[in-house]
Design a protein around this ligand. Structure first.
Ligand code: NAD
Length: 255
């Protein structure tokens, strides 16, 4: 597809074989990249380890982004074993159920801040750790959703959180561009994953996307993976800062 031979990438967000991060990691592997794969905690490890093995991951390590020591240890290891990094994929999100399922108006301060920390500011922290390892340039990707741009039923506080994430990716692109580091938010249409199963009436969103999108199609994790491989390759060397939609064109018609 795209040549990523010799490139070293960190992929965060593989929970199972339906994860968008797994689709990305598969594409990166097919394109020849060396991979570091993380898992959330001891409960997740046995589910992620076989996938990391399939991917031939060179580094397999825990990362709960709420634990600063784990993030530090991960980057120490990458520095020691690789000495550099070419791309990072941040494909994680979290919101407490009560806050996600309620109105934004009613969201708790704690729930909103925790969602923002895990789903958005963690991308800033990853960028800060990655910057010194990307002295030959690099790519930082994060996953957003249409609910950042317009009100989507039942998307709740993740809408404002994803809007902040898209804004963060623009600021990071502006600040890190002079070092040759490119930054994008990728915005896929709805995909059935563990994270999306937490959204009420998600099937309606899926049906709506098929019906309304100009291509009348859903995207797959492999589609998102192929796009991500393109964005991390040198072919995309003059692209940065934008939110890239991969949704069968849904974003141009809206709800
Ligand atoms: N599924 C969709 O329809 C869809 C559409 C657009 C964007 N997205 C976004 O794609 C990303 C990946 O989600 P997915 O759909 O592949 O679901 P998923 O459940 O497979 O992935 C979510 C990941 O977040 C990780 N995570 C949660 N809290 C974490 C923490 N504290 N530290 C580290 N990791 C943590 C989980 O371990 C999991 O691997 C999310 O940002 C999601 O909002 C999903």
């Amino acid at each position: 597809m795209f040549n990523l031979h010799g490139k070293k990438g960190l992929v965060i967000g593989v929970a199972n074989n339906q994860s968008i991060a797994f689709g990305c990691a598969k594409s990166f592997g097919l394109c020849g990249a060396d991979l570091a794969i993380t898992y959330l905690n001891a409960k997740a490890e046995p589910h992620v380890k076989p996938l990391a093995d399939i991917l031939g991951a060179k580094i397999f390590a825990p990362l709960d982004v709420e634990d600063p020591a784990q993030m530090e240890a991960l980057f120490e290891r990458i520095k020691k074993e690789w000495g550099r990094l070419d791309f990072v994929v941040h494909s994680i999100a979290f919101a407490p159920k009560d806050d996600l399922h309620g109105r934004v108006v009613d969201s708790s301060r704690e729930g909103f801040m925790r969602s923002m920390d895990i789903s958005c500011h963690s991308f800033v922290r990853l960028a800060r750790y990655a910057e010194p390892l990307m002295d030959q340039g690099g790519t930082l990707l994060t996953m957003s959703y249409m609910g950042a741009d317009e009100v989507v039923n039942n998307y709740g506080i993740m809408g404002p959180v994803k809007a902040a994430l898209q804004s963060v990716s623009r600021y990071l692109a502006a600040e890190l561009g002079p070092r040759g580091i490119r930054v994008h938010a990728v915005s896929p249409g709805p995909l059935k994953t563990r994270a999306s199963s937490g959204i009420k009436a998600f099937d309606d969103l899926v049906e709506h996307a098929i019906e309304k999108s100009p291509l009348h199609t859903l995207v797959s994790i492999e589609d998102v993976g192929a796009l991500s491989a393109f964005l991390c390759s040198d072919v995309a060397k003059t692209l940065t800062g934008g939110t890239i939609y991969i949704d069968g064109g849904y974003n141009i018609v809206g709800s």
